[in-house]
Design a binder for this molecule. Structure first.
Ligand SMILES: [Zn+2]
Length: 298
């Protein structure tokens, strides 16, 4: 299930995640193992975005749950438990949002493209706007034409705040030249494009937004991931801002506690993708058992 969650986060929410296992002190109470995906938010804080637990037969025994196996014997089942929750909505907001409001990945945006008619009282403008909308709808794009009385400037700000991935502007001058303006929400890039094949163009733009969001989130995470081999290095690195710390660990819970106490970052997970930064625990200097991701949690 963890891979399903990771895939969903990366492909549909444009949010890179680290896959790993929780330390014993951090795992779900009663579970044998807890797996998780960890994401780094825009501000450098870590968010556990989904979990998957292996219970063994502990819970089955505790609650006396049994089934009859193929040899007709009563046995305890081995159980799993997994979930992602509405906290993923928070993750999307905090990963991609900026000072102007939401920035939604196209796959989950209720409106993927908004059409803002310019000088909509002029003949033919609204008709053209609706024509474009029909073409986009026919191609499966979720689109809205805002023909309210609000000014274009007001509408631009409104849909930026709501995080609509792509805005299309169409006015009398554009119609004369058989073109429209497309603006992408995440980087505000503005392009004049032909009305011919507009649905394909908008689809390509939505893909571009998705890639752009993922890339920006990944770059933010890379920039804020610090490789440290001593407590001093951790404290020094975090002066640049919150983020993930990669550091070696001996496996002792006391060291987890001490790192948190002295640097403010707690253990997030033992990533499946391991690196060897040094042979010894960042805290006690004893032989290291694994590399951990550390961070400040939401
Ligand atoms: Zn240690």
């Amino acid at each position: 299930m963890l891979n399903v969650y990771a895939d969903f986060c990366e492909k549909y929410l444009a949010m890179p995640v680290v896959k790993g296992r929780k330390t014993d002190s951090d795992k779900f109470a009663g579970a044998e193992t807890t797996y998780c995906i960890e994401a780094l938010m825009h501000d450098g804080k870590a968010l556990q975005a989904g979990t998957s637990h292996y219970f063994g037969d502990g819970f089955a025994k505790a609650f006396d749950i049994m089934y009859t196996d193929k040899e007709n014997k009563k046995v305890y089942p081995h159980q799993t438990s997994w979930g992602v929750t509405t906290r993923l909505i928070g993750a999307v907001i905090m990963t991609h949002g900026d000072n102007n409001g939401l920035v939604l990945p196209p796959a989950v945006a209720p409106i993927q493209a908004v059409i803002v008619p310019i000088q909509q009282f002029k003949e033919g403008v609204l008709e053209k706007a609706n024509e474009i909308a029909d073409a986009l709808r026919a191609a499966g794009i979720r689109v809205k034409v805002d023909d309210s009385d609000n000014s274009p400037g007001w509408k631009f700000a409104e849909y930026e705040m709501k995080g609509v991935p792509v805005r299309i502007e169409i006015g009398p001058k554009d119609i004369e030249q058989d073109q429209c303006v497309i603006v992408m929400r995440h980087n505000r890039q503005k392009d004049f494009v032909s009305l011919e094949g507009i649905a394909d163009t908008v689809k390509a733009k939505l893909d571009e937004v998705n890639r752009g969001l993922y890339q920006a989130a990944l770059e933010n995470r890379e920039r804020r991931t610090y490789r440290c081999t001593s407590m001093e290095e951790i404290n020094e690195a975090l002066k640049a801002g919150d983020g993930f710390v990669k550091a070696m660990w001996c496996g002792d819970e006391a060291c987890e506690d001490k790192v948190k106490e002295e640097t403010g970052v707690g253990s997030r997970c033992i990533p499946f993708e391991q690196e060897t930064l040094s042979d010894v625990c960042v805290c006690c200097g004893k032989p290291a058992k694994a590399m951990l991701y550390w961070g400040k949690a939401y």
